[in-house]
Unconditional design. Structure first.
Length: 202
């Protein structure tokens, strides 16, 4: 199920399972996933959550207050709630819709935020605005920071520069971002800021 998840995204699931065991809960739920996202150091999800006041410590505190802890059981980390399975499944669509072949922590967080009736959402709204975090994610996933990517504008620049015909310029511009992201997925170490944005892409 997780073959097209990044290594960091897989760690989120592992951390969620570990926290479920630490709290002795008989299931792995969205609240445990939220903890995993907040704990993922140097990830887009953790940086955005921290910027909005959602830290691992905050999540654990609220889980303990709202749910408490259980008793040791034979339940394993594979016992995910249906809602959690839905969130993980939907993260695949979030990544695809944004043009990514691999699911990152930001796509999992985006999927989680859209599950408004979840326990994780109950915890998040105690400290932050869900809509603001969603907007932050979409901003950070932009390849060029504050300036929106525009295929038409890029094609015009290429054409005006006299380096290619208009039809070739349009094709080049249309495939530019996807080809760039494919290089990233192959491991080319382009410089990034703390949110995972590729600095100076354009």
């Amino acid at each position: 199920m997780f073959y097209n998840f990044t290594d960091e995204a897989r760690k989120i699931i592992v951390n969620a399972k570990k926290e479920m065991l630490n709290l002795k809960h008989p299931y792995v739920g969205t609240e445990h996933l939220l903890y995993g996202l907040a704990k993922a150091e140097d990830s887009i999800s953790a940086a955005l959550l921290e910027d909005n006041g959602i830290t691992p410590e905050f999540v654990i505190e609220k889980i303990a207050e709202m749910i408490g802890t259980g008793a040791p059981s034979f339940v394993t980390g594979s016992d995910m709630t249906p809602r959690l399975k839905k969130v993980i499944g939907n993260s695949l669509y979030e990544a695809r819709d944004l043009g990514y072949n691999m699911v990152g922590t930001e796509h999992i967080l985006l999927s989680l935020l859209k599950e408004k009736d979840s326990k994780a959402a109950e915890i998040i709204v105690l400290e932050a605005n869900v809509g603001d975090i969603v907007s932050d994610i979409l901003d950070k996933l932009g390849l060029s920071g504050d300036a929106p990517d525009s295929v038409r504008a890029m094609a015009k620049n290429l054409f005006d520069g006299g380096c290619m015909d208009g039809d070739n310029a349009l094709c080049e511009a249309s495939l530019s971002a996807r080809c760039f992201l494919n290089l990233c997925e192959l491991g080319v170490p382009f410089p990034q800021n703390r949110y995972g944005e590729y600095i100076g892409y354009k």
